[in-house]
Design a protein around this ligand. Structure first.
Ligand SMILES: C[S@@+](CC[C@H](N)C(=O)[O-])C[C@H]1O[C@@H](n2cnc3c(N)ncnc32)[C@H](O)[C@@H]1O
Length: 242
């Protein structure tokens, strides 16, 4: 598998620039991840967290730790970890949340990550994962369009119902999956192209080509007030540690 550790180290600043310019674009996605969170969960871990964006969506009484696998995102607030070694104490969390970070991690390393999640969770704690669905338009956009127009490529290994027995084998109970659809929202086409260019490291396409790619693969729409909605979808998993 390609070394995504190096790739994210190089382009984390661009990803972060997209998130800073348009921090609300993915509101629907962060809220979709939190839909499965137990109302009683207080101590939460977001990993890999990127720049810690989930924090903006949590209730004031939750305590969130963030952690990333890349030195591009890690810093004083966000410790560096790896799928095999997350720098937190045993049974420190009520839930571990992981949004679109595992499709660049090999299956073997994912298994090590799940063992770490089990170690970090209290009994009854939740593992919540949002990932790219195998065969989805989002998956085709990433592994086809982005792959062709990002000089480092994009090779993601995506997720489907075969992931449920893997969660069980990793020691999690009652695994469930839900596919959720929501738009990414932008003020206009220029904002959408800037965001997608930087989030996905698209350095081999003009703005016009990116716009055409987004239209062809994802079929964005303009709302009555001139804003843009880019249809997005992920598959969300939840499972419990007993
Ligand atoms: C698409 S970003 C998602 C970040 C954040 N959860 C979000 O939703 O904005 C993928 C994250 O996974 C991390 N990541 C995934 N695979 C990695 C790998 N093999 N090596 C290093 N970092 C990796 C990146 O550092 C990055 O933060």
């Amino acid at each position: 598998m390609t070394d995504y550790s190096e790739i994210f180290a190089q382009r984390a600043h661009q990803y972060h620039a997209a998130m800073q310019r348009d921090p609300r674009a993915r509101d629907g996605e962060f809220l979709a991840l939190l839909e499965d969170l137990s109302a009683t969960a207080v101590d939460l871990l977001d990993v890999p967290s990127g720049g810690g964006y989930l924090n903006a969506y949590l209730q004031a009484d939750c305590r969130l730790e963030s952690c990333d696998f890349s030195i591009g995102f890690a810093g004083s607030r966000i410790p560096l970890g790896s799928p095999e070694a997350l720098p937190f104490a045993d049974a420190a969390f009520d839930a571990v949340l992981s949004l679109t970070g595992l499709h660049h991690v090999s299956l073997e390393r994912q298994n090590a990550f799940f063992a770490e999640c089990r170690r970090l969770l209290r009994s009854g704690g939740q593992l919540l994962i949002g990932e790219v669905l195998t065969g989805s338009k989002v998956g085709a956009f990433l592994n086809d369009f982005v792959h062709r127009h990002n000089s480092q490529g994009h090779v993601g290994v995506f997720f489907d119902d075969a992931f449920l027995p893997r969660l069980q084998a990793a020691g999690f109970e009652a695994p469930r999956m839900t596919v959720r659809h929501y738009p990414w929202r932008f003020a206009d086409e220029t904002a959408m192209v800037f965001y997608c260019r930087n989030m996905f490291g698209i350095d081999r396409a003009t703005d016009t080509e990116i716009l055409a790619g987004l239209r062809d693969y994802l079929d964005f729409r303009t709302t009555a007030d001139g804003r843009i909605e880019l249809p997005w979808q992920l598959v969300f998993y939840q499972a419990v540690k007993r």
